[in-house]
Design a protein around this ligand. Structure first.
Ligand SMILES: [Zn+2]
Length: 193
């Protein structure tokens, strides 16, 4: 089912706020987007995911040009990263980037998160680590794209070294559930140590 602008914005608000309230990210970190038309709708930079509203999401094209009329907000600094994923992987319709504490412990150690539970084995299957580059940089967008290519575009979760995670799926519901499951899996793995 193809969703219209308002339905997509409603989804972005719902899962941004939910992710913030579930401690999947803090302060003004994290960004969420969905494909829309020939471009995407993405959360604004400098706005907490806990406070996303219809006035703080922005429509941009696949070159990063702003199509929305608001002039007081800017798209997330990770817009390049989102665009590079959409260009690389046609089946990805939504992207959820957050900094959950336990998963980020593994990201800092540059280690895969052990998938110890049957649910994580079944639903996550595997993850891949993206080498460190400064958040918001062209280089990070390139590394993300390269890593996706190396996995044959098959992967749904990327671990960003020293940074956080990216979940990619057809719906934001799936993205959010992957993020929540991965964070829970990382917490379990750390408690087992
Ligand atoms: Zn980030």
């Amino acid at each position: 089912m193809i969703k219209d602008y308002n339905e997509i914005v409603t989804d972005i608000i719902k899962y941004s706020v939910l992710g913030y309230n579930r401690f999947l990210t803090i302060a003004d970190s994290g960004n969420v987007s969905c494909r829309y038309g020939d471009g995407l709708i993405i959360t604004a930079g400098g706005v907490s995911l806990g406070e996303v509203t219809k006035d703080t999401v922005i429509n941009v094209d696949m070159n990063g040009n702003v199509l929305s009329k608001q002039t007081n907000i800017k798209p997330s600094k990770e817009t390049k990263m989102h665009i590079s994923i959409y260009k690389q992987c046609s089946k990805v319709k939504c992207i959820y980037h957050v900094h959950p504490v336990h998963a980020t412990v593994y990201a800092i150690q540059n280690k895969e998160i052990p998938l110890l539970t049957s649910t994580s084995k079944r639903k996550i299957c595997s993850t891949a680590i993206v080498p460190y580059a400064e958040p918001g940089s062209e280089l990070l967008a390139n590394y993300v794209c390269e890593t996706l290519k190396q996995t044959g575009n098959s992967i749904k979760i990327l671990i960003l070294e020293n940074h956080g995670i990216i979940c990619m799926a057809e719906t934001l519901t799936e993205c959010f559930q992957l993020a929540e499951l991965l964070e829970s899996t990382a917490k379990i793995a750390l408690m087992m140590k």
